[in-house]
Design a binder for this molecule. Structure first.
Ligand code: PEP
Ligand code: MN
Length: 333
């Protein structure tokens, strides 16, 4: 506030903050009167009050997922697989569950390469209503059967808030897709379900919006959240999306939650998946999630970005190499 602000104006600001349930702390400096405010002050319109010189945010708008109140990085367990804090985890499988055989063959390829979690969509949020929409509950049953066969825990997308319980019944981790990243009803329901959540970044979400989406899940009771950078919309047309690699270290500084990268949906091209994975691991991602298909040409969804067996071997070797290089560097400095 201006130094000239009379006591009544200072008190008016304090009153407004307190009557909205917040806390205000007044301190007088040489030039200014500073009122420190704790709480959600966005709606209070303090800037238009008499005597107020400037309103500036000094802490993050999210608290539960923020690193400010939780300094050490957290990890999330999907059955016995730990994501965060150790070796980057490989999550792999088909974009969409098409049949038992197709899902099992992709899962075995993934497992052979060292994948620890199986991905696969039963409910598919497709841009076109004419595209394959997924097998629904039959797809969930197939995922559970393939889990029984391979021992791999399963992550699958839930598209509709009304399906959260159904999907949670079958899956070990629930995925929120980019198109649902700000579906606040869905996010709240996922807070109540007692299963870990893989939260993709909205294709046009800022990092703050992404972390606020995570805060919705945390606020309704679930802190087992893994964030997933999957590329954002830019003017570039050479790739499906633009992988925002800088988001990984930025988010790891802002939030204690693990962060994985989806190079398949970011690049949208098979030839980019291994190079983008290298970048992800080099920058410190806690894992990657990739699309795999035994016969990408016949895939009902996202064939052009699906990896085959040979690619997976190269991808896994790259992950080990770049993780090792990071460890050596940390040791050396
Ligand atoms: C997916 O992983 O199957 C998917 C649809 O991804 P996204 O929501 O990132 O497009
Ligand atoms: Mn896909």
């Amino acid at each position: 506030m201006f130094d000239s602000a009379p006591l009544s104006e200072v008190e008016a600001v304090v009153d407004r903050v307190e009557s909205a349930g917040g806390q205000a702390f007044v301190s007088r400096g040489g030039q200014r009167v500073v009122i420190g405010v704790h709480g959600d002050v966005e709606q209070l319109n303090l800037a238009s009050m008499r005597g107020v010189a400037e309103v500036a945010r000094v802490s993050e708008p999210y608290t539960l997922v923020s690193r400010q109140n939780h300094h050490s990085r957290s990890s999330v367990s999907v059955r016995d697989v730990v994501i965060g804090g150790g070796e980057p985890v490989l999550i792999a499988g088909p974009c969409a569950v098409e049949s038992f055989e197709q899902t099992l063959s992709a899962a075995l390829m993934a497992q052979e390469a060292g994948a620890k979690v199986l991905r696969g969509g039963a409910f598919k949020p497709r841009t076109s209503p004419y595209a394959f929409q997924g097998l629904g509950e039959i797809g969930l049953e197939i995922l559970a059967e393939v889990r029984d066969e391979t021992g791999l825990p399963v992550v699958t997308e839930v598209v509709d808030a009304g399906d959260v319980e159904l999907v949670a019944h079958y899956a070990d981790m629930l995925q929120v897709g980019t198109r649902n990243a700000q579906n606040f009803n869905l996010l709240r329901r996922l807070g109540e379900v007692g299963k870990p959540v893989l939260l993709k970044r909205g294709m046009s979400s800022t990092i703050d919006e992404w972390l606020l989406a995570a805060e919705y899940i945390a606020q309704s009771g679930n802190l087992d959240i893994v964030l997933c950078e999957r590329g954002i919309r830019t003017f570039e047309t050479a790739t499906r999306n633009t992988l925002d690699i800088s988001a990984v270290p930025i988010v790891q500084n802002l939030s204690h939650l693990p962060v994985v990268v989806d190079p398949s949906h970011a690049g949208g091209r098979r030839d980019l998946v291994v190079p983008l994975t290298r970048a992800a691991v080099a920058v410190g991602a806690d894992g990657v999630i990739v699309d795999v298909h035994a016969d990408p040409g016949a895939a009902l969804c996202d064939g052009p970005q699906a990896l085959i067996r040979e690619d997976l071997a190269e991808l896994a070797a790259s992950m080990r190499f770049f993780h090792g290089a990071r460890a050596e560097l940390e040791f050396a400095v």
